[in-house]
Write a protein that binds this ligand. Structure first.
Ligand code: ADP
Ligand code: MG
Length: 395
């Protein structure tokens, strides 16, 4: 069966109990922020294109209490099982003097503290997460957005603009973790609404909330390949650079402004076939993502499935970011009756796939994958869930 994802309340209680055990007193503030899965729109974010993620039931919870000093003491005890307990302690009396360091995970927290627009004092906190770490479901954005939401809770100063909150969290990942990520993960973790997916225009940062009730008896299943090959930072950078250069050669700011017609110009300019394939993926993926939004709105799940399949095939052929493990998962899922579409989700090479299927076929898909896949796959139901929020501290 799919992993039994504990509900937010259970994770909250675990965080409150851990806080009491570690610090010998009760937490006064508690928050959560979700991980996410991208339904369609891959490698489009840094090209100012469209992405279509939804927030997941898996969350990062922070329980804590101001301590009246300038010291922050934070314990992470991830219940996703992939991280052991780790403690970080640092002084925040001069935010400008806070620098990245060890342990590495605390850099995401430090970055959010530095980017928080209001005055802060020290605190103690416990972080518990059910978002698998490093699986492409954005445990990093969940940690950043949970941190920022916790800072809002202890100061009573809510961000007036969710866009500014998401951008502050993204900047934390850029500047403190050294990861040049797009804006999708932080946006959906901040803005997710229960029962909705989100179309995000990465150029003007506008969003459209898409009600998912039209899917009727269809669901999204996430399969984690648990395969170690992550898209290396150089492979990611090469693809980014190829896109940026192609746009520049056409005199455009980004591939968002480029159409399939422009490919002829690139060919005439002698641009390599590899780069042209990257460009072709991005242009078509933007079209697919916008069409997927309409298909979701009208309940045309058959079309959503086809677009997911086309997206994956282009990521394999044109963007070259699939892997043998992801191919096995996608092809096996597609071979089962009742599956409408399956694709890799996230940057590629490792991580997860997302599959759209009839609800009553979930067990069959899981069993077929377990029989075929030689690695250890884990499964999650991708129920569209709410974004970051403050929680009460009641047990
Ligand atoms: P993803 O965001 O896909 O899970 P990343 O490599 O972007 O993968 O982020 C994973 C990193 O985020 C971890 O290596 C760790 O540093 C940090 N992280 C995420 N969640 C937690 C957590 N609950 N506790 C501590 N660190 C975390
Ligand atoms: Mg991440």
């Amino acid at each position: 069966m799919a992993e039994n994802i504990s509900d937010v309340n259970e994770v909250k209680i675990e965080a409150l109990d851990t806080f009491l055990k570690e610090f010998g007193e009760e937490a006064t503030h508690c928050v959560c922020a979700p991980g996410r899965v991208n339904v369609i729109g891959e490698h489009t974010d840094y090209n100012e294109g469209f992405v279509l993620p939804m927030a997941l039931p898996m969350v990062t919870v922070i329980a804590g209490k101001p301590n009246g000093t300038n010291i922050c003491t934070i314990i992470s005890a991830s219940s996703a099982g992939t991280m052991s307990v780790s403690k970080a302690e640092f002084d925040i009396s001069e935010p400008a003097a806070i620098k990245p360091g060890e342990p590495k995970w605390a850099n995401y927290v430090k970055g959010c503290i530095v980017n928080f627009p209001n005055a802060l004092a020290g605190f103690k906190a416990v972080v518990i997460s059910t978002v698998p770490v490093g699986a492409g479901l954005s445990s990093s954005a969940a940690l950043e957005v949970a941190t920022y939401t916790f800072l809002e809770a202890i100061t009573g100063q809510q961000a007036s603009d969710p866009v500014q909150k998401a951008i502050s969290c993204q900047k934390a990942e850029h500047d403190f973790a050294g990861v040049p990520c797009g804006i999708m993960d932080q946006f959906i973790s901040v803005m997710g609404i229960d029962g909705h997916a989100l179309l995000l225009d990465c150029r003007d940062k506008s969003v459209i909330q898409i009600l998912m009730e039209n899917l009727k008896d269809h669901v999204f299943l996430i399969t984690n390949s648990n395969s170690p090959h992550k898209l290396s930072s150089s492979a990611y950078r090469d693809r980014r650079d190829a896109c940026f250069e192609a746009a520049k050669k056409l005199g455009k700011n980004s591939l968002r402004e480029v159409s399939l017609e422009d490919i002829k110009t690139l060919e005439k300019q002698g641009v390599s076939k590899v780069t042209i394939n990257r460009v072709r993926h991005v242009i078509n993926e933007n079209l697919r993502t916008q069409e997927a939004m309409k298909a979701l709105q009208t309940g045309d799940y058959k079309r959503v499935g086809e677009l997911m399949n086309e997206s994956h095939d282009s990521l394999r052929e044109n963007y070259e970011v699939s892997s043998p493990e992801l191919e096995t998962l996608v092809n096996t899922a597609r071979s089962v009756k009742g599956v409408l579409g399956s694709r890799l989700t996230g940057a590629g090479f490792g991580g997860c796939t997302i599959t759209l299927l009839k609800e009553d076929c979930v067990s069959q898909v899981i069993n077929t994958i377990k029989e075929t896949y030689t690695g250890k796959a884990t499964f999650y139901m991708a129920k569209p869930s709410a974004g970051a929020r403050q929680l009460d501290c009641h047990r």
